[in-house]
Design a protein. Structure first.
Length: 154
């Protein structure tokens, strides 16, 4: 309890996923079910869902490979939709931000194959590994690459 002191409740942290995979829908007539499943399961915290700026296939991020099995089973059981997961050329994800919005927008525009949007439409930079991440960070000092982000409830 407090008497007049200012305080702020923080949200839960979301950590950068360690495993990234492209979602392949087995029956293309079930796009709506897949979208709903991914939105629901991302809201639950089971998976992080990323939408590429180029292309239409979702990319999911999880902490470990076992979560992919859980994800696939839940989508099949609860949404009557079969999915498979394909490798992507990315192993590292970081949320990006900058004090200088023009520089952030330029970075996003110059990296359309590597920038995706998370479920809250925040930009996320995907790269092959930590070495690539350090390289891009060294060349873009105005961009902040966060390994976590705060999830605040609505």
């Amino acid at each position: 309890m407090t008497q007049g002191e200012a305080f702020r409740f923080t949200g839960l942290p979301a950590f950068a996923p360690e495993v990234l995979r492209r979602v392949r829908l087995e029956d293309t007539s079930k796009v709506k079910q897949l979208r709903r499943a991914l939105e629901d399961l991302a809201e639950e915290g089971l998976v992080q869902v990323f939408r590429p700026m180029i292309g239409s296939s979702w990319i999911v991020g999880v902490v470990g490979p076992l979560q992919l099995d859980v994800l696939s089973s839940r989508i099949a059981a609860e949404y009557k939709t079969e999915v498979a997961f394909e490798p992507v050329p990315f192993g590292t994800a970081r949320w990006i931000r900058s004090e200088n919005d023009a520089k952030l927008q330029t970075f996003i525009r110059e990296n359309p194959m590597n920038v995706v949007r998370d479920r809250d439409e925040r930009p996320v930079y995907l790269c092959r590994d930590e070495w690539d991440l350090r390289y891009i960070m060294d060349r873009n000092k105005d961009i902040v690459f966060d390994g976590t982000r705060e999830i605040v409830g609505m």
